[in-house]
Write a protein that binds this ligand. Structure first.
Ligand code: 5MM
Length: 347
């Protein structure tokens, strides 16, 4: 483990004004997104769509990297340049999703465990040779009647720590992603409780496995009311509760924190991040020891996918959409976003 390489890469991932674009949908998730527009989920369609995102001119001003799926890391532009090379030439870091997905947790109905540790050391060696500088593993925690169980939280936390240690062994920065799902009618208080317990357990496991915090990025969900909760929290409350939860449960020497959007609208995901960074910039009790940035998938891609789906020739417009959304999120990492800017998004 080279501590300098790890902390340098991790710092670059959350450099001021920069965040990460997640385009690491597995085939089944990609099919869901494509189905909404009647696009066939073929290897070539996936490649063509990802080429639009990866080659978007100017995205590098706001993005430090992109998370790719195994297939994408092996694909090339129409002109024959490997996607990882395109990213590197633009000064972005290629990342790779290394988990094998979330499966039913035995004896625990309604809960998931993420798999993929078998053979991970060998896969990481290959991914490194293909250009990956960081790797992502997503654990899924569901809130419902009597869940999450400690078996689910602990099992996922342990797997996250084992994966993170394997990454750091090869100087690959682990992006540790415990996602507390937004689905359900739970309150923001319940989400806070589950997020806090999950983070506590994950960081205890990371410590136990010897994972270097300075060479690790946390990717986490915000503290939100469940989608079907009759009382929805406002932007200020989400920002305050998320900051409070992170400050209580994340070690201060972690390299950085990025958020997933998890089904929030594009505007809400940006506004929440901005509110947190405005609070942090104001100092006092909300001052933060780590940068807070984004690693959104849907909340950056949605407009671009819609444009490209309707007209495959409208690559320029789709690319502008992804860059504009990245720019607004970049402003949010600095606490400089203004909802009025949404009106200028003439796509
Ligand atoms: C882009 O989707 C990622 C992969 O998900 P699947 O394994 O389900 O295909 C996902 O991990 C993503 O990186 C994060 O959830 C963030 O994406 P959102 O859309 O929540 O911002």
């Amino acid at each position: 483990m080279n501590k300098d390489i790890l902390s340098k890469t991790a710092k670059a991932m959350v450099a001021p004004g920069k965040g990460i674009l997640a385009i690491d949908e597995s085939h089944s998730t990609c099919k869901k997104r494509f189905d909404a527009y009647n696009i066939e989920c073929t290897e070539e369609n996936r490649r063509a769509y990802r080429e639009v995102l990866i080659t978007a001119p100017g995205a590098e001003e706001f993005l430090s990297g992109m998370i790719l799926f195994d297939e994408t890391l092996r694909q090339k532009t129409k002109g024959g340049v490997a996607f990882a090379e395109v990213l590197k030439k633009k000064g972005m870091i290629p990342g790779i999703k290394v988990d094998k997905g979330a499966f039913d947790l035995a004896l625990h109905p309604g809960e998931k465990i993420t798999e993929g540790l078998d053979g991970l050391r060998e896969r990481l060696t290959e991914y490194k040779a293909l250009g990956a500088g960081f790797a992502k593993w997503r654990a899924v925690i569901t809130i419902g009647a009597g869940i999450p169980s400690m078996a689910c939280i602990y099992g996922n936390a342990h797997a996250l720590a084992r994966y993170a240690a394997l990454c750091q062994e090869q100087d690959i920065v682990p992006m540790v992603e415990p996602e507390i799902l937004i689905d359900g009618n739970h309150t923001i208080e319940k989400c806070y409780e589950v997020t806090a317990l999950t983070l506590k357990t994950v960081f205890a496991q990371l410590k136990e496995q010897g994972v270097l915090p300075e060479g690790t990025i946390l990717k986490v969900s915000m503290v939100l009311s469940g989608k079907a909760c009759p009382t929805q929290s406002d932007v200020e409350e989400v920002a305050l509760e998320t900051i409070r939860c992170l400050k209580e449960n994340v070690p201060p020497n972690l390299a950085g924190i990025v958020f997933l959007s998890g089904g929030q609208s594009d505007e809400k995901a940006t506004a929440h991040l901005d509110a947190m960074n405005k609070l942090a910039a104001a100092g006092g009790a909300n001052k933060l020891p780590w940068p807070l940035s984004f690693s959104y998938g849907r909340a950056i891609q949605s407009a671009a996918l819609q444009i490209w789906a309707k007209d495959r020739m409208a690559v320029d417009r789709a690319q502008k959409a992804v860059v504009m959304r990245s720019k607004l999120n970049s402003l949010a990492t600095l606490g400089k976003y203004d909802a009025a800017l949404e009106a200028n998004l003439s796509l």
